[in-house]
Write a protein that binds this ligand. Structure first.
Ligand code: FMN
Ligand code: SF4
Length: 602
């Protein structure tokens, strides 16, 4: 059914076996000094094993230190790093994927490129040549020039950052000069592709019409073009969960037809979406976070094992790690990211009893089952809190993780599912060697629920209590409070009351920005640094802000004040692990990674 995704395509003189690309995704798995690590190599080896057509290594620095883009960015600016690249290429060449590396120079986004001397520009161009020569000699099939995302090539292309009056004022000159320098060093048979800003997504910048013209010229110099976004807001190129799949594939469609292949990028998650793009809009599809969450997506699709795909759920944990914290990337759906270990069969088969069917318990059950233990999983509701987390607008992708585990856990004969809330007695009757308590959390309620006035956010998101055309106050400015307000604001007037100076302050920056904008667009009134001090049955909420007390009148108050760990019982004399929210309330990543780690250790 997906055959068209698996037809070969030529990039210059190189034939790529299928239409999928793993794009550059900085991992921070490298060393601070720019050398590559074992983890770095394994991470890419896993993706090559998964069957991707073209694998592009993350942004690598062509000019150190001025062009460095990220604390652990790999360096490809000097022959000192050649052996690292050679070793990586040798390891990746064991698989069928063609391999490339993204050549990057940070540039001067704020200042623009107007101040650079011509000598300096020539020097940078030569550095691209050296970097490409290192890649070529090391065994890479091609290189990619980063010409988007506001980095140096984009800065030359964009009228917002290039006001030069000399020949470099021609926006295309720099990109063309880089290509020529690479050709001089590596020969004309060595393909060079470009990740191109075909639209800056910023007023006064490159428009899609400009982008189309730029692509027309660059098709004479580059062997493939990825239709990407320029120096505008990051949220359009690292889009949060609520963006529609393949939403920006129109960029590729609009610059076609070209005589070189064009790739579409952004939120392409499911094979049907990828296939539709290949049929109608682009020659190749870029699968970034898609292959972080499941490196085996290409093989699974080729073999028709669609239900086995662990789809990227858009939790943005990877972006939080890379961009908010500049630390190693991690993945909420795939805890193997950053570990890259093979799950080995256990030497001693044990009886493992897991209590809790949220992401922590489900992942612990999956990994324990793969390892061959005799596993029992008790669950009250399969998926746990994911069932309500997926309800607010744009969050339905979270439900994909539940579907994945449903399919996955049905495979194992050594796993018994018990659809019931486990009592201590139930657990002990199974004579467990190890117990895993993944019992999650319970909402924190500073005041008791009051009939007809105070309700729990869970009741709202489960649809047990419904409001329409009412004035609703939501208490709690964390992610849950914001999402509940967003959900209610579809049909009601909503006031969001949070204690902290900012709402959703722990949430990944781009997701947070997007969520707040959505709340504002829906007219949600956001009150920060505000304490709820009293509630009356008649619908008066007394709040305090900056020492002043006020009354908010509402038809209901929804308690979304966060949650507390819930551990219903403990068992003496049996080794017990408490994981996920039951240990401390955190992210999906904390849940799945603890589930995986504990199961690997048994
Ligand atoms: C954690 C993270 C790191 C990224 N690092 C790079 C990078 O090094 N170079 C680059 O050009 N794009 C980078 N990107 C952008 C991706 O290559 C890709 O364009 C983007 O994630 C959208 O595609 P997707 O929805 O398939 O993930 C990064 C994205 C993420 C999520
Ligand atoms: S961390 Fe979340 S957003 Fe990033 S790849 Fe994994 S599931 Fe997708």
């Amino acid at each position: 059914m997906y055959d068209e995704l698996f037809t070969p395509v030529n990039i210059g003189k190189i034939t790529v076996e299928n239409r999928t690309i793993f794009p550059p995704i900085s991992t921070n798995f490298g060393k601070e000094d720019g050398h590559l690590t074992e983890l770095f190599m394994r991470h890419y080896e896993t993706r090559a094993k998964g069957g991707v057509g073209l694998l592009i290594i993350e942004n690598s620095c062509v000019s150190f230190p001025e062009g460095k883009h990220g604390a652990y960015e790999p360096r490809i600016d000097s022959w000192e790093f050649y052996e690292d690249w050679k070793k990586l290429a040798e390891r990746l060449k064991r698989y069928d994927s063609k391999i490339s590396v993204e050549l990057t120079h940070e540039g001067w986004k704020k200042k623009g490129v107007g101040f650079l001397s011509e000598d300096k520009i020539e020097e940078i161009i030569e550095k691209y040549g050296t970097a490409a020569e290192i890649a070529c000699k090391a065994g890479f099939d091609m290189v990619e020039v980063q010409g988007a995302h506001g980095l140096i090539v984009n800065q030359f292309l964009s009228p917002l950052t290039n006001n030069r009056k000399d020949k470099w004022g021609n926006p295309l000159e720099f990109a063309i000069a880089i290509r020529k320098e690479i050709e001089k060093r590596c020969g004309s048979d060595f393909p060079v592709t470009i990740r191109l800003a075909v639209d800056d997504f910023k007023e006064g910048g490159i428009t899609l019409e400009d982008g189309r013209k730029i692509a027309q010229v660059l098709q004479e110099h580059y062997d493939m073009i990825q239709a990407d976004i320029g120096l505008g807001p990051k949220e359009y190129r690292l889009e949060p969960i609520s963006f529609k799949q393949g939403w920006r594939s129109y960029l590729a469609e609009k610059i076609r037809p070209l005589k070189v292949p064009v790739a579409a990028v952004g939120m392409i998650r499911e094979p049907d979406v990828a296939l539709d793009i290949i049929k109608n809009k682009a020659d190749l599809v870029v699968l970034g976070r898609t292959l972080i969450a499941d490196p085996y997506w290409p093989i699974k699709v080729k073999e028709g094992r669609i239900k086995e795909i662990r789809r990227c759920i858009g939790c943005s944990e990877c972006i939080k790690a890379r961009h908010d914290e500049d630390t190693r990337i991690r993945c909420g759906a795939n805890p193997q990211v950053g570990m890259e270990i093979d799950i080995e069969p256990a030497l001693d088969k044990r009886t493992v009893v897991i209590v809790g069917g949220g992401p922590a318990g489900l992942e612990a059950a999956r990994v324990s089952s793969i390892r061959g233990h005799n596993v029992h999983l008790f669950y009250d509701e399969f998926g746990g809190t994911l069932n309500i987390a997926k309800v607010p607008p744009g969050k339905e992708k979270l439900g994909w993780l539940i579907e994945y585990y449903k399919n996955e856990l049905a495979k194992y004969d050594n796993l018994e599912l018990h659809h019931k809330r486990a009592l201590k007695q139930d657990v002990l009757e199974l004579n467990p060697d190890v117990i895993i308590l993944a019992t999650g959390s319970r909402p924190f309620i500073p005041c008791p629920p009051m009939h007809n006035f105070v309700y729990l956010y869970g009741d709202i998101l489960r649809g047990e209590v419904k409001f329409s055309g009412k004035k609703i106050a939501v208490g709690g400015g964390g992610l849950v409070g914001c999402e509940t307000a967003n959900f209610l604001a579809e049909d009601n007037e909503v006031i969001l009351i949070g204690r902290a100076p900012e709402v959703a302050f722990k949430v990944e920056t781009l997701t947070r920005k997007h969520l707040i904008r959505e709340l504002e667009e829906k007219g949600v009134k956001i009150m920060t640094s505000t304490e709820i001090v009293d509630i009356s049955r008649s619908g008066e909420i007394v709040i305090e802000q900056n020492g002043n007390q006020m009354i908010v009148e509402a038809d209901a108050l929804i308690a979304a004040f966060g949650s507390r760990p819930f551990v219903p019982f403990t068992v003496e004399n049996v080794p017990t692990h408490i994981i996920g929210d039951a240990k401390s309330v955190r992210s999906i990543y904390a849940a799945t990674s603890e589930g995986s780690r504990v199961a690997v250790s048994i």
